[in-house]
Ligand binder design. Structure first.
Ligand code: NAD
Length: 381
């Protein structure tokens, strides 16, 4: 079976689907690995390193896409890439199937069996395949470093001959995977950290990282199936705003990470809250690409409102491509190995990991939510 790694074509994408260490492991298991020339260049993995790991470097892109049995990628495939794949071949990649259902329709039309890395169930059995978590951890870490670099103050408390410096106050809103890593990173830098989330279950995790949990008692259920947050009512939004306003106002740095699957990101920091922060304060909005948690966030830009710098970074995992790729490689190779039994691809749709991750197979779109998204835009499915 030929497994191919394509060079990412999205502007600004520096990650690669497999690193040479994982390639060496897969080659040892008898798989043939093709790597598009320079696929690892932006992640600092050289063609030589892949060759030394046992891969074949391919410079003919059409051959790589057209002859591989399984293609591994990070970013959503482009139409010209899908057009080169042969019927019956397999793709493992992030697909953003709900945001880009047309790509899924194209994959089904070309009879590609496509697996979406964001659809891996968040269960302990699938933990080592969980690319959303590994990449969210990178984003949470980097968000704090960006905030620290933009803040005109120290993070840690310092006692010096030139006087005592008070530690920075950091408020993390949304304590999922990214938020928890942000808390841990801000603590390591010496900040005093508070965190807030509508899921009460995270309180202990927040506290175990040395942060204070800001509790908001709500009269409604905030947790949906799978442990994800639900969209909350207007009354609950108002209640949370009343409580968090004071904490935002008193913080030097606010890191927002709140998401509700399949919905626009909730607005947590209003324009009025920004106006109450001290000039020079910094907000890093990790939900910038999903509509933003903060009023005034512009994806990919730093903007200054009321003297507060609001940063809306895009694709932070790509800014740390060595480790982001290493972790993604572990996730995607674990899924790949899970699908292969006795050298053959075996799709047992009774298995929850395979069932929820496989989006297209045999010309069909297998995921009902993607079908609904397509119907909404007037497509026939
Ligand atoms: P996410 O990226 O979907 O959301 C980030 C955080 O934002 C969540 O903690 C969510 O509760 C919070 N949030 C949503 N709306 C909010 C609001 N209005 N105000 C404040 N906070 C709000 O979350 P995630 O990091 O992907 O984690 C989602 C779930 O998956 C969690 O239950 C997590 O424990 C679980 N998970 C399980 C595993 C596993 O078992 N393998 C791995 C990762 C995550």
């Amino acid at each position: 079976m030929k497994i191919a790694i394509a060079k990412e074509v999205e502007v600004g994408e520096r990650r690669v689907a497999l690193n040479p260490d994982i390639v060496a492991r897969l080659v040892k298991q008898g798989l043939e690995i093709w790597v598009e020339v320079d696929a690892g260049e932006a992640s600092f993995y050289s063609n030589d390193a892949y060759e030394a790991a046992g891969a074949t470097i391919i410079s003919d892109t059409a051959k790589l896409w057209g002859e591989a049995d399984v293609l591994l990628k990070v970013g959503i495939p482009k139409d010209h890439e899908i057009n080169q794949m042969r019927e019956g071949s397999v793709l493992l990649s992030f697909l953003s199937p709900l945001a880009q259902p047309e790509t899924v329709q194209h994959l089904a039309g070309r009879k590609i069996t496509a697996f979406g890395m964001e659809m891996i169930p968040r269960t302990s059995r699938a933990q080592s395949m969980d690319a959303l978590s590994s990449q969210a951890g990178v984003a949470g870490y980097k968000a704090v470093l960006i905030a620290a670099a933009a803040l005109p103050k120290f993070f840690p408390m310092l006692t010096t001959a030139a006087g005592t410096i008070r530690p920075a106050k950091v408020f993390v809103m949304g304590a999922g995977v990214a938020g928890l890593q942000a808390i841990a990173t801000a603590r390591r830098l010496g900040a005093v950290v508070e965190a807030f989330d509508i899921r009460p279950a995270v309180k202990e995790e927040v506290q175990s990282l040395g942060a204070k949990f800001v509790e908001v008692k709500l009269d409604e259920d905030t947790v949906a199936a799978g442990g994800y947050a639900k969209e909350i009512s207007e009354a609950a939004k108002q209640r949370t705003q009343e409580v968090v306003t004071e904490h935002v106002k008193n913080s030097d740095v606010v890191i927002t990470t709140a998401q509700v699957p399949g919905k626009k990101a909730p607005l947590l920091v209003t324009e009025e809250m920004v106006a109450q922060m001290a000039p020079g304060s910094v907000i890093v909005d990790l939900a910038a690409e999903q509509g933003g948690n903060c009023a005034g966030t512009e994806p990919g830009k730093d903007v200054v409102r009321h003297g507060v710098t609001i940063i809306g970074p895009i694709n932070l995992p790509s800014s740390m491509p060595v480790h982001a790729s290493q972790m993604y490689a572990k996730n995607i190779s674990t899924l790949l190995q899970y699908l292969i039994k006795d050298g053959e691809l075996q799709l047992n749709f009774e298995d929850d990991i395979i069932d929820s991750t496989c989006i297209t197979h045999g010309g069909e779109i297998r995921n009902q939510r993607v079908k609904d998204a397509l119907t909404q835009v007037g497509a026939t499915v």
